[in-house]
Ligand binder design. Structure first.
Ligand code: G1P
Length: 295
């Protein structure tokens, strides 16, 4: 049981990406690059590193570039091979062989809970992961694997938690409960984007491992915040009936759905690349010095 792998993850990607207009007029927001890789590829790589074989993408109209990215690019690979660009051919082959990807259309923009529900028949009767593309987790052990291990241990749904400043609690699902150890919370309350009186400052970050029972709950969940079917509301029901674990994951989280967060993610990932680091640092130093002089 303890070495049972997580086999399936659901990645909701049907959003319009309005925060990144006009770039997202024709480019799905999940395809915006962090350095030179689409944001979504980082998420897929995290899933693959956790042992996941099947990725269920919930997408919408105008998102076919995502499916194409993880498919074989025959003409491009052939042209690159003719030009003896072997490394590039290998890079592209690796992407198309990464994972079995299947896409489901979310036909109405009814929220995250509804997006997850669209995966019901493809997930079947196993526990599964949910990974939100805006939340990037840079960690030694893949974020979703940390949650899966907690799921195996506790045999309850597990959600990722991170402390946020009190001024930001209205932007997240917020959970409160009893800490079982340094990282594990037995959740007793969870609310979506509380406008006032948040039960804590532990925010839900976009990684979840859920039992298939969540689908029946989602089918019964009424529209919540923003008129949408909220995953957090379904989690509150699951918590009341079966219990729910929060896991304060190890690693750095970048919010790629926010402009400053997206820019920071670009810098953070570029700094890990020896061929980019020196040039970037030089530039950042001149920016900091110029800002200092301007003060
Ligand atoms: C979603 C969830 C929210 C969670 C957040 C994490 O909100 O509904 O509970 O805290 O992701 O990024 P969104 O950011 O999609 O509005």
């Amino acid at each position: 049981m303890s070495d049972q792998p997580l086999t399936k993850v659901v990645v909701p990607a049907a959003g319009l990406g309005t925060r990144f207009l006009p770039a997202t007029k024709t480019i799905p927001k999940e395809m915006l690059p962090i350095v030179d890789k689409p944001t979504l590829q980082y998420i897929v790589e995290e899933a693959v590193a956790a042992g996941v074989k099947d990725l269920i993408l919930i997408n919408g109209r105008g998102k076919s570039a995502i499916d194409d990215h993880f498919d074989v690019a025959f003409e491009l690979e052939t042209t690159l091979a003719e030009r003896k660009k072997t490394a590039d051919v290998e890079l592209l082959k690796k992407i198309s062989q990464m994972v079995n990807l299947c896409s489901v259309r979310q036909k109405q923009p009814l929220g995250l809970g509804h997006a997850v529900l669209c995966a019901k028949s493809l997930v079947g009767n196993d526990p599964f992961g949910v990974m939100l593309g805006d939340d990037m987790i840079d960690s030694a052990v893949p974020g979703i694997l940390q949650l899966w291990r907690a799921y195996l241990k506790h045999q309850q749904g597990v959600i990722a938690l991170m402390e946020v400043p009190p001024s930001q609690t209205h932007l997240y699902g917020i959970a409160a409960g009893e800490m079982l150890d340094d990282r594990t919370m037995k959740i007793t309350k969870i609310v979506e984007k509380p406008k006032s009186n948040p039960p804590s400052n532990m925010a839900v970050i976009g990684r979840y491992v859920l039992p298939p029972k969540i689908f029946g709950i989602l089918e019964q969940t009424e529209r919540g915040v923003g008129g949408e079917i909220q995953l957090t509301d379904a989690l509150a029901t699951l918590q009341a009936s079966d219990g729910l674990i929060g896991y304060r994951f190890e690693g750095i989280r970048h919010d790629a759905g926010d402009k400053v967060g997206y820019l920071i993610a670009n810098i953070a990932f570029a700094m890990k690349r020896p061929e980019l680091k020196a040039g970037l640092l030089d530039y950042l130093r001149t920016v900091v010095a110029a800002e200092g002089r301007a003060k």
